[in-house]
Design a protein around this ligand. Structure first.
Ligand SMILES: C[S@@+](CC[C@H](N)C(=O)[O-])C[C@H]1O[C@@H](n2cnc3c(N)ncnc32)[C@H](O)[C@@H]1O
Length: 287
């Protein structure tokens, strides 16, 4: 993958799709942990977007559909959800999970969030949970969300905040890059895990996309697990961007990287278990 997503956005998105196709099963297998971790922020996000009974909701970068299930339950039989994602493999899990949960008000469609194949003004609310920061052009993604909304409808996104408040992600990225022989990256470089964490950036992008009543809420969302190795297990199976950086290494070099990452992550051991600090930004805007 190019170091700078803006160099060649289509190539960057093709690499992103391949990366999430590859991590799809792992992300889906980790659904229970992800659900526990993001339960409260997800509820807050759906409240901010005004997701209610009977609403038609667009879920962008839906992944394996964990939040899609929450939306489907909220909107009920008189509402509906369209879950979209760049990666066909991960979206297939969203479809299967919705069917298994008995939600027949969920449809899925593979789509680039920067170019949504949907009619203008067709949704009451738009949700994007932990997806927008991976776009090479998040402003374009927000313009598409704005276009999708009916007048008066709201979009709400969830992204990671600043690197200092997400030290585990900062450790993962910097250690993986070092072992892969790559130079350190500007954490705010477009397309990166922490790229939308710069204070005020997302609010400006929402306004530039046309949204009014823009507001951001910071939410702490610590990842609580029995031991550091459980977080490592989560990352090793599901975290596409980190796996992608380490994919260029042979097995023993990769193992050396994981060992250093585990040592650094053990700084977050507490008497009650491993607690990885995380901070999220929930940003809402109205069309
Ligand atoms: C961390 S996962 C989050 C999935 C899900 N929203 C959740 O919270 O469980 C990020 C997702 O963003 C998707 N994604 C990345 N770039 C995208 C783009 N340009 N358009 C649509 N989806 C994209 C990936 O395919 C992946 O499924």
């Amino acid at each position: 993958m190019s170091n700078f997503s803006a160099d060649n956005p289509e190539e960057f998105k093709a690499a992103t799709r391949a990366q999430w196709d590859q991590s799809a099963r792992g992300w889906n297998d980790q659904s229970a942990r992800i659900r526990e971790w993001l339960r409260a922020p997800t509820d807050a996000m759906l409240n901010m977007a005004g997701v209610r009974r009977g609403a038609r909701v667009l879920d962008v970068a839906a992944g394996a559909g964990d939040q899609t299930l929450d939306i489907a339950a909220r909107v009920g039989a008189t509402g509906s959800v369209l879950a979209t994602d760049l990666s066909p493999a991960i979206l297939a899990f969203a479809k299967a999970n919705a069917q298994r949960a008995g939600h027949d008000n969920v449809e899925t469609q593979v789509a680039d969030g920067e170019n949504l194949p949907i009619a203008d003004g067709s949704f009451d609310a738009v949700i994007c949970r932990l997806g927008l920061m991976f776009y090479p052009n998040p402003g374009q993604g927000l313009r598409e969300m704005y276009r999708a909304l009916k007048p008066g409808g709201c979009a709400c996104t969830m992204v990671f905040s600043a690197p200092d408040n997400n030290p585990c992600i900062a450790i993962l990225v910097s250690t993986a890059l070092k072992h892969a022989g790559l130079p350190p990256r500007d954490p705010y470089q477009p397309g990166g895990l922490l790229s939308l964490g710069k204070p005020g950036l997302l609010d400006d992008l929402f306004r530039e996309a046309g949204f009014s009543a823009v507001a951001t809420t910071k939410v702490t969302a610590p990842f609580r697990l029995p031991v550091a190795n459980d977080y490592l297990d989560f990352i090793r199976t599901s975290a596409g961007p980190i796996l992608q950086i380490l994919s260029r290494l042979d097995e023993s070099a990769r193992q050396a990287a994981w060992t250093e990452i585990e040592t650094k992550l053990s700084a977050f051991n507490t008497p009650g278990g491993w607690v990885g600090p995380n901070e999220l930004l929930l940003t809402v805007g109205r069309r």
